[in-house]
Design a protein around this ligand. Sequence first.
Ligand code: 13P
Ligand code: SF4
Length: 351
Amino acid sequence: MIDKTLDNELIKKIIDIKQALGPELIILTHHYQRSSIVDLGDFKGDSFGLSKTAAEDGDARYIVFCGVHFMAESAAILAKSHQTVQIPDMEAGCWMADMADHSLVEYAWQQVSEIIGEKAITPLVYMNSDAKIKAFCGRNSGAVCTSSNAPDAFKWAFSRREKIFFFPDRYLGINTANKLSIPPDLVIVWRPGKPLGGNTESRIRKSRVIVWDGYCLVHTRFTVDHIRGMRNTHPDAAIVVHPECTPEVIAAADADGSTKFIVNYVKNAAPGSTIAIGTEINLIERLAEQYPDKTVLPLYRSLCPNMYKITPEKLLLTLTRIGEYNRISIETDIKKDARLALDRMLRLTEA
Ligand code: 13P
Ligand code: SF4
């Protein structure tokens, strides 16, 4: 369904370019994109699903990624040599990804390795990170994960080595450790500005999981008070939140899981049910529209301004200079090592 408030000329131009390029072009759209963008895309999905789509589609020469920069970069790492990846706005970054600078990550790794030896720990990096950190993980026998496969990635890492260093989302790290029943005193936070990340040598030795001190400003806006308020006004509502929320919010909710989990939760809910969701507002509003037989409510309105930077106007500009404008390019060595870490994630979910 195309947004009627949009300039028809603009939409027509986009559709004409799509038709002219046919299967040579795919437009990937993340669930958090505004509806006008999702409606113009070929595939809608979460960061994992879209990266898989990019990896599997050999026909398309041009991949246009409507999402944030780390997602387009991941698609470019997985793309085949004849494919180009473009993003309609290079400034569409991710605050959380920016909280882990690769040189600080490598310095932290060096300090931890000196204490426990690097054969005792696996680096795991959330998809929400730049290519250099993914490459660092690839070089050091680590893997990438997303919110949909973080527990599997943790199990995989623990089957190989005793400890995990997880970047950059402390909450996804802590929530995943909680899911796997790792005692909370064995999970420590690495604060990059402090000596030994604010830890002692003995705490580092004793730990099972070290989490980088990063977080998502969109998902940490949800509070236990929002949940209490929702339970008062809608006592029958099931409350579902994303694992980038704080552990307190996760504990107070009825269910938590990745973007894909939330989409399926609403899809599978009984007609007439009420679901209150703690994640990005564009996805929630679209789910509400898509399932009019259910009441889908936001726990609180929280928008990702980075995702919102992608507009139909910028998409058109990208399409008019296909293969050139805002093209993602990654140094060959970084790409090769980052691919190792992404391939480990893809294999892990196939197993
Ligand atoms: P997904 O991995 O579920 O697509 O989420 C990405 C993200 O940025 C969540 O804030
Ligand atoms: Fe990054 Fe948070 Fe936006 Fe996701 S919602 S892209 S983690 S800032």
